[in-house]
Design a protein around this ligand. Structure first.
Ligand code: NDP
Length: 450
């Protein structure tokens, strides 16, 4: 490729999308550099999916240890050491960060551990003052938590800080009703914190099927999580003893030890020099790209959360892969298929979904058949835990094709990954019926719908 430039590809941001794109481009023979101002690995590895899932595992022991007694085990005195778990999680995050760095160096990708700014056509200036040029630039800078501004908003934390707390708060208010709010509510609640969720509407997890999110709401409340709806911040006042006095619309002022906001994430586009070369920014602050992750500037591409298409790690990875193959591989350019993306919420219990909700299917297809299994998993029965799972299958009545599956219950995300293949492949309810159940499992409900 054009030796007129220092690099064939310069990637800004070494998160999931940036790392994949960089190493694949390098494997295709491109001379690649990547700049990362924080830690290699990005949100998912450093302060998102990975450490969150470890906390979810840690949190679930609270219930497992109680349930174990119903299975005959005598459990001695129990205690939980937050600092121990926090540090173990952070140690593993550091290990993974090292592996990501190694992957890049194994592929001869030059890593600049500093901020990079576009300062001219094909030109990037690093924080150290070094100026380099590149034939292609990939923006993979991700997103950051959106923090609403109001008097006292400087006292809130976000999920970024939640992983590093010195101690667990006795009472925590979590603002938002989406993924992060529900996942962290479950985590903190299992650790013994008194958790309150405050949401601006009366709907949690808006994009999920109504029956499944209602079930999560009901189970969460039984577990002790409080919900405040139509509640938005008016103010937070830090009191002399360090506690936070929070005023929310329609609510009496209430004291908390910590307030966390989980009200969505905004693309990281500021201070990158995008305006210098005229890269288009959309209404939500995202970099506007086409199906091939191309911006309006011919040599500039963007993948992952900064494009605000589907804010999920595996999607960013695919976008990075498709970009690298399309630009540097010897193949026809190809686009990522953003349809039928399965997803999960690692709440207690978790939710998993693929395809259309019942409401969406009724609106789009008209005539749909809905099959539902509402059951108490065997393990919960023996444990005396009155917590029911719900599986729902949505079928296009015109052709028997499954257009959506929605689940809440233990291991739902693990089960969904396989079921999603069937939905993506366009299989029918009859195909599921023809498959023999594995008994006794929870997943067998998927092939036993009547
Ligand atoms: P979500 O989009 O899931 O939820 C945001 C919540 O905040 C919604 O309840 C929303 O309400 C509310 N909200 C939005 N704007 C405001 C505002 N200005 N004031 C008050 N409330 C507001 O965002 P999260 O922050 O939870 O997560 C960000 C993204 O990260 C997710 O969308 C997801 O793509 C990804 N993620 C994925 C995970 C997974 O795969 N398991 C885990 C964590 C994050 P309303 O519904 O009314 O808009």
């Amino acid at each position: 490729m054009a030796d007129a430039y220092d690099f064939d590809l310069f990637t800004i941001g070494a998160g999931s999308g940036g790392v994949r794109a960089s190493r694949v481009a390098a494997a295709h023979g491109a001379r690649v550099a990547v700049a990362e101002e924080y830690r290699v690995g990005g949100t998912c590895v450093i302060r998102g999916c990975v450490p969150k899932k470890m906390l979810v595992y840690g949190a679930h022991f609270a219930e497992d240890l109680v349930d174990a007694e119903h299975f005959g085990w005598t459990i001695g005195e129990k205690s939980f050491d937050w600092v121990k778990l926090r540090d173990h999680v952070q140690n593993d995050v550091t290990r993974l960060e090292g592996l990501y760095g190694q992957t890049l160096s194994n592929h001869d990708v030059t890593v600049f551990n500093e901020r990079a700014v576009i300062t001219g056509d094909h030109q990037i200036t690093l924080a150290s003052g070094k100026v380099v040029t590149a034939a292609h630039i990939l923006i993979a800078t991700g997103a950051r938590p959106f923090v609403p501004q109001f008097p006292g908003s400087e006292h809130v934390i976000t999920s970024n800080e939640a992983f590093h707390l010195d101690a667990l708060p006795r009472r925590i208010l979590i603002a938002g009703g989406g993924y992060i709010a529900n996942e962290f509510a479950g985590i903190f609640n299992e650790f013994g914190c008194k958790v309150t969720i405050a949401n601006r509407s009366d709907t949690i997890l808006r994009s999920y099927d109504a029956s499944v999110r209602d079930r999560l709401l009901q189970i969460s409340m039984v577990k002790g999580i409080a919900f405040l709806f139509h509640a938005e911040f008016e103010s937070i006042e830090k009191q002399d003893d360090g506690t936070l006095l929070v005023k929310l619309t329609g609510q009496d002022p209430c004291e908390y030890d910590a307030v966390m906001v989980a009200t969505g994430r905004v693309p990281n586009v500021e201070g990158l020099g995008l305006e210098t070369i005229g890269v288009d920014i959309g209404q939500r602050g995202e970099i506007v790209v086409d199906a091939f992750s191309r911006t309006n500037v011919p040599y500039v591409y963007a993948v992952g959360d900064v494009t605000d298409r589907v804010q999920l790690t595996p999607v960013a990875i695919r976008e990075g892969q498709a970009f690298a193959d399309s630009v540097f591989g010897n193949c026809e350019p190809y686009a990522v298929d953003h349809s039928c993306v399965p997803s999960a919420v690692f709440s207690h219990p978790p939710i998993a979904a693929v395809g259309m909700t019942e409401g969406e299917a009724r609106n789009q297809l008209g005539n749909v058949k809905v099959y539902q299994a509402d059951f108490r998993p065997m393990k919960n029965v023996v444990a005396g835990r009155n917590e029911r799972s719900l599986y729902k299958m949505v079928v296009d009545a015109a052709n028997d094709r499954i257009v959506g599956i929605h689940m809440i219950g233990p291991e739902a995300p693990e089960i969904m990954q396989a079921a999603a293949i069937a939905v993506k492949a366009g299989l029918t309810k009859a195909d599921f019926d023809a498959t023999v159940a594995i008994h006794p499992t929870m997943a067998e409900e998927l092939v036993l719908f009547k």
